[in-house]
Design a protein around this ligand. Structure first.
Ligand code: PLP
Length: 405
């Protein structure tokens, strides 16, 4: 059975050109880039080439790119590293809808004695910038706010956030794991000091990423050991991963405009088809400021997990929340922060597309979903009462309340 992969915010397929770029470093060129001999030392050139490719995608200098093991390490390094480098400032600000890589790191800092402000969002997943303005103090060391939300695709206004934070002397970190390769990024003019990228979200393999650190920004390293990465991230370089990430950045940069337009058209086609053909479906999140590849749709009165299982039987991969938190039955912290009603949170599905998604795949899903939703509603505890025309929902069953989990 063919796989229709619509879970690209969880991870992406390695691009064939990226695979080609990394293969020599898993076979012939297995040296250590720090070695004095030519066999190993030659790999240094490939690492520096990759640094240049990444910098070109981000609009920064090559020397501002530090390769890491992925988004989680980059986020942790940014948060811990900035706070450790400014011991007198004891306050940090983030949002309630961050990925756990940021949220858990911030909450750990809180346990270690820092003051933490978690900004809320409105029903569309948007931040209240006045709340940010009110939270900033001269004590604020860092504002860490994601660029694009992994569950809804909603974009935060990074430029405004950065300017506001900087005007109070705070450093600015953005988790751009979902944004990189999907949005134009120009760090030369953005008021951002640190930015995280993960390879496996932009068609490179898992286990490689990068942290942009603006020149002159003081950050204590998380990994201590050798002098790799300008002494800012110790550990023998993952040359194959770095070469792959460099290539992936180059491909993303070259294809960004055309690819975003194509993927956006497919996403809109999917969204319109599902809203048209499935009863009681609604999009979660601001539809005007959103990643082109993501849609998060709630199918009220059905369980998202049940939808996923039925899609899975047809070879369709999607997600009912972030991949990192699925596996627990906790409803999405992002949708809860947005105040999405209980019945809608539980019936939410995230479809995330990529450069490899085709129109046939989208049409297949549009064709199958109404039947899936209809069958599940038939057996749903939460089925709404409908009027005679089937146009409902007219009212919910009396006494319906959230089951305890
Ligand atoms: N930040 C965001 C927004 C993510 O979506 C993810 C992964 O899902 C991460 C961070 C973690 O990245 P990695 O899987 O490379 O550790």
């Amino acid at each position: 059975m063919r796989t229709i992969y619509l879970d690209n915010n969880a991870t992406t397929a390695v691009d064939p050109e990226v695979r080609e770029a990394l293969w020599p470093y898993l076979t012939e060129y297995y040296g250590n880039a720090s070695s004095m001999h030519e066999f190993g030392g030659a790999l240094r050139h490939r690492i520096e080439e990759a640094r240049g490719q990444a910098a070109a995608l981000l609009g920064c200098e090559a020397g501002e790119v530090i390769f890491t093991s992925g988004g989680t390490e980059s986020d942790n390094t940014a948060i811990r590293g900035v706070l450790a480098a400014q011991p007198r400032k004891r306050h940090l600000i983030t949002t309630r809808v961050e990925h756990p890589a940021v949220l858990s790191a911030c909450r750990q800092m809180q346990r270690e004695g820092y003051r933490l402000t978690e900004l809320g969002v409105d029903g569309s997943g948007r931040l209240d910038l006045e709340e940010l303005r009110g939270a900033l103090t001269d004590e604020t060391a860092l504002v860490s706010v994601m660029w694009a939300n992994n569950e809804t695709g909603v974009l935060f206004p990074i430029e405004e956030i950065g300017s506001m934070a900087r005007s109070r002397g705070a450093l600015v970190h953005t988790d751009a794991v979902q944004a990189a390769g999907k949005l134009a990024i120009d760090l030369a003019r953005l008021p951002v000091d640190l930015l995280s990228v993960s390879g496996h979200k932009l068609h490179a393999p898992k286990g490689v990423g990068l942290l942009y650190v603006r020149r002159g920004t003081r950050v204590q390293p998380l990994m201590l050991g050798g002098h790799q990465e300008f002494g800012r991230r110790a550990g023998t370089e993952n040359v194959a991963g770095i070469a792959a990430l460099g290539k992936a950045c180059e491909l993303s940069r070259r294809r960004l405009v055309e690819e975003t337009a194509r993927v956006g058209r497919l996403r809109d086609r999917l969204e319109e088809g599902l809203l048209r053909d499935c009863l009681d479906a609604r999009v979660n999140g601001d539809r005007s400021a959103r990643l082109a590849n993501t849609t998060n749709i709630s199918f009220e009165y059905v369980e998202g997990e049940a939808i996923l299982l039925m899609l899975d039987r047809l070879g369709v991969c999607a997600s009912s929340g972030s991949a990192c938190t699925s596996g627990s039955l906790e409803p999405s912290h992002v949708l809860r922060a947005m105040g999405v009603p209980f019945t809608a949170v539980h019936g939410s599905i995230r479809f995330s597309l990529s450069r490899f998604t085709t129109e046939e795949e989208i049409d297949f899903v549009i064709g199958e979903m109404p039947g899936i939703i209809g069958r599940l509603r038939e057996i749903s505890m939460f089925r709404p009462e409908r009027d005679a025309t089937g146009e409902g929902p007219r009212e919910r069953r009396p006494g319906l309340s959230a089951p305890r989990r």
